[in-house]
Design a protein around this ligand. Structure first.
Ligand code: FRU
Length: 518
């Protein structure tokens, strides 16, 4: 917190968590680094220019690697490179030089990275296991010439913890058989069968290939939704234990290029099994990882140590509908906060829930109570004069019989962002219609809904606000919504807008989050 936050006194105001403030919270007030208008303060964004999908996420020797689709010469998409950053905790990031540059085979499109522990590829140097990046080569000339074969899968290797890379001389390792959209390989080690498994997107489905050595690949299967010809991108596949059991299921993630629940692009998934060759599941059971408009190409980290055991991932916090024209000047786009995925089973089948990673503690300041057992019968400001860069609200309401529970963030420009729960719709929402700048795209100013079939007596919301984004983790991560916004002045007030009915907040806390850029 930069200076004292004034909480409007509604009830007992005491420190609920009594966590000590982190020692390193003094910010450099003189620095204008990462202080441009709309610049995210607790999310990863590139220092300058264009970024899209997260790529090559792998954990190795204490570092979480984040590579990303990057065009270093402009704030709009162009010839793709892999930008690179590392982090000890997925929260604080160190920028590193560009990892992969376009070459004679084309631009470097999305892909993944693994540690080849046993040097199955033979690309190691005998000292440490090679880090292998698997990516799509996109040949712009082939595309311009109207061929269908301009995307293929290639690999590169590094012997120095991802700092420098050599492209494999035999690229591509998977040639294009004549499918125009043929990209975004994600590779995992299939422990049970001692084989590498690759999943990638081929137009309206995922294709599976297996390999003993990351170089020779054999097609092994496919999965799509019959009759549905939306474009698939950036798939991921992984096993995950069902919470509270020792059953393991497999999840196939598929980012969809259109018709996500609130329009445009979004990340979906299926839960099923893996038969050693392909994902097996019910294609009619497509679910959404995030109901907001701004979580695309979400993929998970490779090689998280077994002692940790979490399934961790991150998404691109934008939407192809307007990504190229959002009103930022020096850079474009940020990543979501890193998230832990868990799988649970209830009457509705198997469903993923997403939680912000525990490492957010690195930047949590002291929590302050907003309210305990307070009933609101009229619009009430619950937090005012906010001057924190980012913060987290943890709010629990009684489920009202009807109406809405609405939380409004507002500024002195009469701009408002609403987050809430609608009883009759049985769903959560984010309404950014009047949240700030929106004239750059017709679809931007809108009301977004998130399904919340999870049975409840309490409405639980964790809301994480940064200067240009809000992430809602409702019902303990069972309904997640990520939306970006562009307020022309910081929101300084949080209100409960109770209009037609009383709403009771059982508890609510506010935790300022320290900026990650120094
Ligand atoms: C998804 C995507 C990928 C592709 C990359 C190009 O956002 O279209 O399919 O590899 O972006 O930058």
């Amino acid at each position: 917190m930069k200076s004292g936050l004034y909480l409007v006194i509604i009830s007992i105001s005491l420190c609920i968590s009594c966590q000590p403030s982190s020692p390193d919270v003094k910010e450099d007030q003189n620095s204008d680094y990462y202080q441009e208008e709309h610049r995210p303060q607790i999310h990863f964004s590139p220092e300058a220019n264009w970024m899209n999908d997260p790529n090559g996420m792998v954990y190795y020797e204490g570092e979480y690697h984040l590579f990303y689709q990057y065009y270093p010469d402009s704030t709009v998409w162009g010839p793709m490179h892999w930008g690179h950053a590392v982090s000890p905790n997925m929260i604080h990031w160190e920028h590193l030089p560009i990892a992969l540059y376009p070459d004679s085979l084309g631009y470097i499109f999305s892909g993944s990275a693994v540690i080849d522990w046993e040097n199955s590829s033979g690309l190691g140097d005998g000292n440490e296991p090679p880090m292998i990046a698997i990516f799509t080569h996109h040949d712009p000339e082939g595309e311009r010439a109207g061929t269908e074969t301009f995307q293929s899968q290639s690999i590169a290797y590094s012997h120095d913890r991802g700092r420098t890379w050599t492209k494999y001389s035999g690229n591509p390792v998977i040639k294009n058989p004549g499918i125009k959209d043929f990209r975004d390989p994600k590779v995992i080690w299939d422990e049970q069968r001692s084989q590498w498994l690759m999943v990638f997107a081929a137009y309206d489905r995922a294709l599976f290939y297996t390999s003993p050595d990351l170089i020779e690949w054999t097609p092994s299967g496919e999965f799509g939704i019959p009759g549905d010809h939306r474009l698939w991108e950036c798939p991921d596949i992984f096993p995950i234990e069902v919470e509270g059991t020792d059953e393991t299921k497999w999840v196939l993630i598929a980012s969809m290029q259109k018709n996500a629940p609130n329009g445009g692009t979004g990340t979906s998934y299926f839960v099923g099994d893996f038969d050693g060759r392909q994902f097996v599941g019910d294609p009619s059971e497509q679910r959404w990882l995030d109901y907001g408009t701004d979580d695309y190409a979400f993929v998970t980290w490779s090689d998280i140590p077994k002692t940790d055991g979490r399934r961790l991932g991150i998404g691109w916090m934008s939407n192809w509908q307007y990504a190229l024209i959002v009103p930022t000047e020096q850079w474009r786009s940020a990543m979501t906060l890193p998230r832990e995925l868990r799988l649970y089973q209830d009457d509705d089948g198997y469903t993923l829930r997403s939680l912000v990673v525990d490492e957010l503690d690195e930047i949590r300041r002291q929590s302050e109570v907003i309210a305990q057992d307070v009933t609101y019968d009229s619009p009430t400001v619950i937090v005012s004069d906010i001057d924190d860069d980012a913060y987290e609200l943890d709010i629990v309401f009684e489920l009202p019989a009807s109406g809405i529970i609405d939380i409004q963030l507002s500024n002195d420009q009469d701009e408002q962002l609403h987050i809430g729960y609608n009883v009759s719709e049985q769903g959560y929402y984010i309404d950014r219609t009047f949240a700030g700048r929106s004239d750059f795209h017709d679809a931007f100013a809108d009301y977004h809904t998130g399904a919340a079939s999870y049975p409840k007596e309490l409405v639980k919301m964790k809301i994480i606000v940064d200067r240009a984004s809000v992430e809602l983790f409702a019902d303990e991560g069972r309904c997640v919504m990520t939306d970006i916004y562009f307020a022309t002045a910081p929101y300084t007030d949080i209100s409960i807008v109770a209009e037609s009915q009383d709403v009771t907040m059982i508890k609510g806390s506010y935790t300022a989050l320290s900026r990650i850029w120094k």
